[in-house]
Design a protein around this ligand. Structure first.
Ligand code: ADE
Ligand code: ZN
Length: 331
């Protein structure tokens, strides 16, 4: 099955570029940029990756991002991830970045996006990997700060396909950002949002009804509401599910209890993704493999999940169909 997963062409739709910062690169950048990190070694840092909740992870994730200062740091971070995509036969990526994590520290929006974009362009040319970029607003900050970020993004609109919403979910419902998402929609940005990771199913309804999302990131708590499950199925609103993340952050107790296969069988458009792979013990293929082992997923189901990853993407229809055909021919 490992070999079969490797061979499958796949798209990644839920990936925070700051969450691909491997401990080795974090230490190297900390040294280069003279930034203090509160861990003595890579081993000590890895031992801290024992999370009890989303917030316990976010505290370490934001501290880690402090080592990213120069355009070349954002380039190196992104390029390293794209080389992993090549190794894992990931042919298309829709990458999140958190501009406020950097602008709050005095790093210019342009520094962040230029470094990331240069790596994405190089990957398109040299690795044949296509990509889109999605900027996320941090939901623990105010809507006013999200508006400031929207304004900063406008000179770089050609490089940004959409906007999302991430960070601490509970207590920061989508309704808090209704006005700024309306403004984003007017600018022509695609809309996605994290909802139903730790927050309950009402967060998913709000993301749909108030933010007008085209995709839900996570969404696993939809199961609490049969009417919502039916709605997601009927409208085929994609859920970008992140299995290793859900277990690591204890949104789900064990991989055996993960509901992704159940949702797939009910006819929902679910996809497999890695979220923050440097922190959660695996990239995309490791997520597929962990699910396969825990839930006894068969080859047809794996093909369906890989097909869904393209179906739920923002790629043009013609390119989606060429990927469906590639997947049909994998045995
Ligand atoms: N930022 C990075 N990873 C995240 C996640 N899983 N949920 C919310 N915000 C995040
Ligand atoms: Zn996420």
């Amino acid at each position: 099955m490992k070999n079969f997963i490797q061979k499958l062409p796949k798209a990644e739709l839920h990936l925070h570029i700051e969450g691909t910062l491997e401990p080795e690169l974090m230490f190297a950048l900390a040294k280069k940029n003279s930034i203090q990190i509160p861990y003595k070694s890579v081993q000590e840092l890895k031992q801290a990756y024992n999370f009890s909740s989303l917030q316990s992870f976010l505290d370490i994730y934001y501290a880690g991002a402090n080592v990213l200062i120069h355009e070349s740091d954002f380039f190196d971070l992104t390029w390293e991830y794209l080389l992993t995509c090549k190794e894992q036969n990931i042919l298309h990526v829709e990458i999140f970045f958190d501009p406020q994590t950097h602008t709050k520290r005095g790093i210019a929006f342009g520094t962040v996006i230029t470094g990331i974009t240069k790596a994405l362009e190089k990957a398109k040319e040299e690795l044949g990997i296509s990509s889109y970029l999605i900027m996320c607003f941090l939901r623990h900050l105010s809507e006013e700060e999200a508006f400031e970020t929207l304004k900063l993004s406008l000179p770089f609109k050609a490089q940004i396909l959409g906007v999302g919403l991430d960070s601490s979910e509970v207590g920061h419902p989508p309704s808090k950002f209704k006005n700024v998402f309306q403004a984003c929609q007017k600018e022509g940005y695609k809309i996605v949002a994290h909802a139903g990771e730790e927050g309950d199913s009402s967060y998913i309804w709000e993301a749909i009804e108030l933010l007008h999302v085209q995709r839900i990131d996570h969404g696993i708590r939809c199961e609490e509401d049969a009417h919502l499950v039916e709605f997601l199925k009927e409208k085929q609103i994609p859920l970008t599910v992140c299995p290793l993340s859900n277990v690591k952050l204890r949104a789900v107790s064990t991989m055996q209890e993960h509901n992704i296969l159940k949702l797939l069988h009910k006819g929902l458009l679910v996809t497999v993704n890695s979220d923050d792979p440097a922190y959660f013990g695996g990239y995309l293929n490791e997520n597929y493999l962990a699910l396969t082992q825990a839930l006894h997923i068969n080859k047809e189901e794996l093909k369906k999940l890989a097909t869904n990853s393209f179906k739920a993407s923002f790629l043009p229809q013609e390119r989606k169909e060429s990927f469906y055909k590639m997947i049909e021919n994998i045995h």
